[in-house]
Design a protein around this ligand. Sequence first.
Ligand SMILES: Cc1cc2nc3c(=O)[nH]c(=O)nc-3n(C[C@H](O)[C@H](O)[C@H](O)COP(=O)(O)O)c2cc1C
Length: 216
Amino acid sequence: MATLLHIDSSVFPADASSSRAVTDAFRRTWQEQHPEGTVIHRDLATNPVPHITAHSHTAGFSDPATHSPEQAAAFAERLKLIEELERADAVLIGAPMYNLTIPSTLKAWLDNVVLMGRTAGNAQSVKGTPVTVVASRGGAYGPGTPREGYEYVQNYLSAILTDFLGADLQFIVPELTMAPVNPDMADLVPLFEASRERALEEAATKAKQVAQRLVA
Ligand SMILES: Cc1cc2nc3c(=O)[nH]c(=O)nc-3n(C[C@H](O)[C@H](O)[C@H](O)COP(=O)(O)O)c2cc1C
């Protein structure tokens, strides 16, 4: 039975979030393909994971037999998140752009699950896992746009998820999402609408492709 780990990090609820609309579309298609499958939904906005601490960090580099009670407790929490990721056959992440990069809640989750010698480094226990990131953003940061150099969501997540973890990463990018509410962006509303439609279509297509890979 296939397992999808679905992570959202938008601070907005489902009816007001651009990334959640697209992760939801992906998840629904995936479930149609895997009616017997399991979806684990981790909502980092409503249930944030602990920030990394000195105890949880140093515990990752030392023999568990030598851990202090504080290290053992902190590392146990980290291991739960790592094992949840390792059990997933596919991962879906909503990663809106907040102040040019990912929400701090998502960064905290990454700090927990990136563990040298296990998920990262030579071992890469989730190597090859398909990971789909919905990178919603209020503006446009694609190649050739004036803000191209300020794109720290896809650049950063590619480095972590592909280079560190060895995941098989793909992005869906609904952009210009601020156009309907920002009068200065009124001319961009048609481009926003096209981007939203494209993202929803891509969610369905990519979810099917990922699901089919898992049964193949
Ligand atoms: C705290 C915060 C900071 C934001 N910073 C940026 C930004 O730097 N660049 C940008 O293009 N949009 C920015 N936005 C707009 C969001 O990226 C945009 O609304 C996106 O669609 C949010 O996805 P969501 O609705 O799923 O949360 C910001 C929004 C918030 C709430």
